[in-house]
Design a protein around this ligand. Structure first.
Ligand code: UT7
Length: 333
């Protein structure tokens, strides 16, 4: 028996119906379509509007789509992991809710948070579970309702973020396909530059509190995050290519976190890839945090071929970042 690797065998996605276009944002903050497109590549993003529906709903819908597309029996799923920076509630894990909602009655569920690197780090966790032989079917969902932490009067953040979810099913593979190598990094000094200050355990909500402007919303020092993202995503991707003796011509796809098209272009350029090798959907969804990578897979599934070499790369709050070398495991029907 060959070494067991963890490979994606099915994908699914969910985007809420409401489309927040650049034109609509022009009426909300001082910005314009030309600035947003040229500085970020984003044309529109989706927003989950209904009260009472959170990330768990997005994740459940993406998982439901995966189940419909693949005919997997939910009762055979062992584990459901939701990568998210915006869980439904504190102290009540969203993964457990999603597992129950899809009828994964024999599974347990939990959440993972590493901001925009959450799904990438989740791939590593799933691979460890599968390689151990303990679990055979693991659902990894990247989902975020970013609109829950955005101040729609702050033009530095409201133009970037959107809501969405992507779901992937991982199973053991004995042909050497799936996750082959990873290089994951963090630097805790970066947390000052991208965060929601209030509502966590450092600065919890207290009865009668009056908060300063923006304290309850996502705040970022865009330029600092941008510089770190460009440098670090390119650095780890280069490292993963060299360590696996991959020449740029061997890479079929770069699947990079969709935060800003200029960051993605810079990463691709630094490792010598051209546009045709780069997955892109930022123009439609903006930055969906943990959902960007599985949404890319769902959107590009029909183009992917068994054996394709994919380099994943992400950068996010924390700071956290990394790269994964992955071999795609199936041809879509
Ligand atoms: O997922 C990981 C987390 N996030 C990221 O990776 C995002 C990283 N950062 C970025 O993508 C970019 O820094 C932004 C898109 C947030 C901003 O783009 P930038 O090119 O770094 O702009 P900037 O912050 O350097 O601002 C340039 C100018 C400023 O005006 P002045 O000071 O030059 O007069 C800003 O006030 O653009 C202004 N500006 C805007 N103008 C129109 C900032 N936001 C806007 C806006 N519309 N929405």
């Amino acid at each position: 028996m060959g070494k067991i690797t963890a490979a994606i065998t099915a994908v699914g996605k969910y985007l809420p119906d409401y489309v927040l276009t650049n034109k609509i944002l022009e009426k909300m903050v001082e910005t314009n379509d030309e600035w947003i497109v040229s500085r970020t590549g984003i044309k529109e993003r989706r927003i989950l509007k209904e009260d009472g529906k959170g990330t768990g709903y997005l994740a459940f819908k993406a998982a439901e789509d995966l189940i419909e597309r693949s005919n997997v029996d939910p009762t055979t799923i062992d584990l459901v992991i939701v990568a998210t920076a915006t869980p439904d509630m504190q102290a009540a894990n969203t993964g457990a809710y999603v597992a129950s909602k899809i009828g994964a009655l024999n599974a347990f569920g939990f959440d993972m948070d590493s901001a925009c690197s959450g799904y990438l780090f989740g791939m590593s966790v799933v691979a460890a579970f599968i390689e151990s032989g303990k679990y055979k079917k693991v659902l990894l969902i990247g989902a975020d309702k970013n609109s829950s932490m955005i101040d729609y009067t702050d033009r530095a953040t409201c133009i970037i973020f959107g809501d969405g979810a992507g779901a992937t099913l991982f199973e053991p593979n004995e042909e050497g396909l799936g996750l082959r190598d990873e290089y994951l990094r963090t630097d805790g000094s970066g947390r000052e530059f991208l965060r929601v200050l209030r509502g966590g355990s450092s600065f919890p909500f207290k009865k009668g509190d009056v908060f300063g402007e923006h304290e309850c919303f996502a705040h970022q020092d865009g330029r600092t995050v941008f510089k770190n993202a460009v440098f670090n995503m390119a650095d780890v991707s280069k490292h993963i290519l060299e360590r696996n003796n991959l020449k740029t011509g061997d890479v079929n796809w770069l699947a990079a976190h969709q935060a800003n098209k200029r960051i993605i272009d810079a990463t691709a350029k630094r490792i010598g890839l051209d546009e045709s090798q780069v997955m892109i959907n930022i123009e439609k969804y903006g930055n969906t945090t943990s959902a960007t990578l599985p949404l890319l897979l769902a959107d590009y599934e029909s183009k992917l071929k068994k054996g394709d070499n994919i380099v994943f790369a992400a950068f996010g709050g924390g700071f956290s970042w990394g790269s994964i070398f992955y071999k795609w495991a199936y041809n879509s029907k």
